[in-house]
Design a protein. Structure first.
Length: 339
C-alpha cells in the first residue's frame, strides 16, 4: 500500500498526518469529500469510514508550505492575534490566555485547551518530571492545533534549552531571572550565528519533521519565531527590573505571583498592596519599553484589573486546578440531593 498524506477539514483545520489510512467521523468525512480531499474506501459500522487521500504532489507541497508559514509566525493566536502579544498587534484584544500543563502532558489536554479557546500552551517544566516522549508528543499536538508553546527551562543550560527548541517549543521562559547577564546567556542559546550559538538541527518538531528546502530561510524563521520570556519572581529581580525589561532580545515579561508574594512577605496573597505595588511597577516598565507584561491572576476579577492596566497575557490555570474544581463542583452538587 502506498504511503499517502491524509488531511481533513474539521474543528482543527489544517491538521495533517502521514498515514496509510485512518478512521474519520461521518461529519468530518462529509466535509472532506465536499472539499475534494477524501474519497471512501469502504463503509464500516459505527458511523466511521476508512479513507484514503487523493491529494496530488503539488497539493501536498502547497499544504506543507502553508503550514511552515504558519509555524514561522509562531502558530498565530487561535482567535486571530499576533505573537508575541503586543499593544499594536493584538487587533483590539487585550489579554491572551495560556492553558498550563503542570503535571500531565497529553495531546488530548492540548485539544481540550484549543477547543476552550486558549491562545497558547504553557508547560511548567521547572517543578515536575515529564516523560520526554509525552512532552514531545504534546508540543507537536499544540503546534498542529495552532497553539504556540511556552515552556520553562529547568535551568539555564544549553542542552536543556536545545531539547525544548528542537521538539517545537517556541517560547523559552527562564525561572528566577535576576540579571541581564542571564538574559544574554539565554538569548545566545536561542539564536543562530551570528546572533547566538544555537546549533542547527532541523528535521525534528521544530520543522514539523520536514527537511527545510531553504536552510538559510529556515534559520531566519527560527530566529524570528522563538521568544525569550523572562520570569521575575524575586526581590533581587525587582531591584534589577529595569535592566531586565530593557535588555535586548526580551520578548515577554512574566511576573510569578506565588514566589513574588513570598519574597514580599505576603505568601499566597498577590493582591496585597505590598505585592501588587511592585508588580505594577514592573508593568509600568514593560509599557515604557514596549515589552508585553503577563502574570497569573488570582481570579477573573483580578485578571480584569490587570488587563485594564495594560497586561497582555496570562498563564492562567493548570489541568490539576481544572480537575479539582470540576470534581469538587460535581461532588457538592450531588451531595445536595444524596445526603
Amino acid at each position: 500500500m502506498q504511503r499517502r498524506t491524509f488531511m481533513r477539514q474539521s474543528a482543527f483545520a489544517g491538521f495533517g498526518l502521514a498515514v496509510d489510512c485512518c478512521y474519520v467521523r461521518d461529519d468530518d468525512f462529509a466535509e472532506g469529500v465536499e472539499a475534494g480531499w477524501l474519497r471512501p474506501y469502504d463503509d464500516l459500522p459505527g458511523g466511521m469510514k476508512l479513507l484514503f487521500t487523493r491529494l496530488s504532489t503539488d497539493e501536498r507541497k502547497a499544504h506543507a508550505q502553508a503550514k511552515n508559514q504558519s509555524t514561522a509566525q509562531c502558530g498565530a493566536l487561535s482567535r486571530g492575534g499576533a505573537w508575541p502579544p503586543t499593544q499594536g498587534s493584538a487587533q483590539g484584544r487585550r489579554g491572551s490566555g495560556g492553558g498550563i500543563l503542570g503535571e500531565i502532558v497529553r495531546p488530548s489536554l492540548v485539544k481540550c485547551y484549543q477547543q476552550a479557546g486558549f491562545d497558547f500552551v504553557y508547560i511548567e517544566y521547572e517543578h515536575v518530571f515529564f516523560s520526554a516522549t509525552d512532552l514531545a508528543d504534546t508540543v507537536l499536538a499544540a503546534r498542529d492545533s495552532g497553539l504556540p508553546v511556552i515552556a520553562k527551562t529547568p535551568q539555564l543550560e544549553r542542552a536543556e534549552v536545545a531539547k525544548l527548541l528542537e521538539c517545537g517549543v517556541v517560547g523559552i521562559q527562564l525561572p528566577r531571572t535576576e540579571t541581564r547577564a542571564e538574559i544574554e546567556t539565554l538569548r545566545d542559546y536561542l539564536k543562530f550565528p551570528p546572533h547566538g550559538s544555537r546549533a542547527a538541527a532541523p528535521g525534528y518538531g521544530n520543522s514539523d519533521f520536514a527537511v527545510p528546502e531553504d536552510p538559510r530561510a529556515w534559520l531566519r524563521e527560527q530566529d524570528q519565531e522563538v521568544s525569550l520570556v523572562v520570569h521575575i519572581e524575586t526581590r533581587r529581580a525587582y531591584e534589577n527590573a529595569e535592566e531586565i525589561v530593557s535588555a535586548p532580545g526580551v520578548d515577554m515579561v512574566y511576573v510569578g505571583p506565588g514566589d513574588f508574594s513570598v519574597e514580599f512577605g505576603q505568601p499566597g496573597n498577590p493582591e496585597h498592596p505590598d505585592v501588587r505595588g511592585p508588580m505594577a511597577d514592573i508593568l509600568a516598565l514593560c509599557k515604557q519599553y514596549g515589552v508585553p507584561f503577563g502574570t497569573t491572576a488570582l481570579d477573573a476579577e483580578a485578571g480584569r484589573r490587570w488587563v485594564e492596566e495594560g497586561a497582555l497575557f496570562f498563564e492562567a490555570a493548570d489541568e490539576l486546578e481544572f480537575i479539582r474544581h470540576g470534581a469538587n463542583e460535581l461532588v457538592e452538587a450531588y451531595r445536595g440531593f444524596c445526603a
